[in-house]
Design a protein around this ligand. Sequence first.
Ligand code: GAP
Length: 444
Amino acid sequence: MPAPSLDAVANLAKRRGFIVQSSEIYGGAAAAYDYGPLGVELKNNLKRLWWEDMTRRYENIVGLDAAIFMHPKVWEASGHVEAFSDLLVECRTCHKRFRAEEVSKDACLACGAKKSFTEPRKFNLMFRTHLGPTEDAGSTVYLRPETAQGIYADAPYIQQVMRLKLPFGIAQIGKAFRNEVTPGNFIFRTVEFEQAEMQFFVRPSEADRWFEHWKEERMRWYHTVLGFPNDTVRFHPHAKKELAHYAKAADDIQYHFPIDWQEIEGVHNRGDWDLSRHAKFSGKDLSFFDEDTKEKVLPWIIETSAGVDRVLLALLTQAYTEETVKEAGAAGRGAGEKRLVLKLPRHLAPVRAAVFPLLSNNDELVAKAQEISRELRQHFVIQYDDAGAIGRRYRRQDEIGTPHCVTVDHVSLEDNTVTVRDRDTLRQDRVRCGDALIACLRTV
Ligand code: GAP
């Protein structure tokens, strides 16, 4: 099947309660999105899988949830005040701004005016605001443009209280904000987004080895945990001129979106940039005592930085499937009938199972289905649905990626079994209620 367009993915996401533009009743806020009831379940599942993979599997990686507001000097030390900017040009006719690298020298992309651009000027991507009642330079604070700096500022504290030895890591998931000049492509580039970052503190002599290690580990995650096929994700090593101001080496992990290959995660060797700058700006010694060499060392940092929203967009794109039903009678479908199904990895699906009474006007079936639904709700996210023909109910669940549909029929009333229909194979099996049903739905 050809890859769906981003518009098709965005339409489905909106129609089915995953993602909608922020403040839509006012015409929508530019480049900001809300995750609806199903979107938040999917996003939470995704973040949980990242968290489990990046913290619980390792005894030397711990978690953090740092504040978004930090001391403004943090952003001077990090280099973001000085260097976190895009080069912009402005059209003298329509006053729209573009990234300098995006415009053709001849004509404005918006109004078509010829040779009307200003010279490129730097535009800082950090959102600035003021803390407290006055709006002077001393009260300036920034919305963090990356979660990483909270980790660096707390690293000496965390190392001490958790008695961590080199190498060790600190992981964090949280919001970041960037005043992007050209946001767009649905949730791909927004001004408010979430990052899942892990900062790994290493001896300088071991940095290259750990950089390679984390590249492989992160690629493994995309393949084995999220199920991305080999030909949909790749590394993109940064050439020298592409490197961010803090990076000694960097590889993007790119996903093959309908709009092209695009970055979903960066793996960076940040050298001693961050800790040496914070040591200088704070006046604190941020070197750690190395138990093995019995020397003080200023660790280097290997960073893995994933964009939660971009990975989620890749997941939706990967899962979006239009297919033709092969066999007549397969769970309420005729042969040749088309269906739209979100083939999300089952452990990520926002709803684990839907429970239906076969007939919505039969009180006994309805009561039994509601009782089963209540029981299953203690273990999984469940939807109960008795509205419309059974085929339509299947269709609704296919479109949100629900792996199992549990139907209560007349046989259920006699022997306490139900039919369980599989989203992908469309097979229906009879399963006994209680432990057997719970075990069946747990299978991913
Ligand atoms: N701490 C390093 C850092 O922030 P980055 O490459 O600038 O590195 C990491 O960002 C990830 O954050 C990107 O790979 C991308 O997935 C996500 N990201 C960055 N800007 C974004 C935006 N405007 N909207 C959505 N996601 C974004």
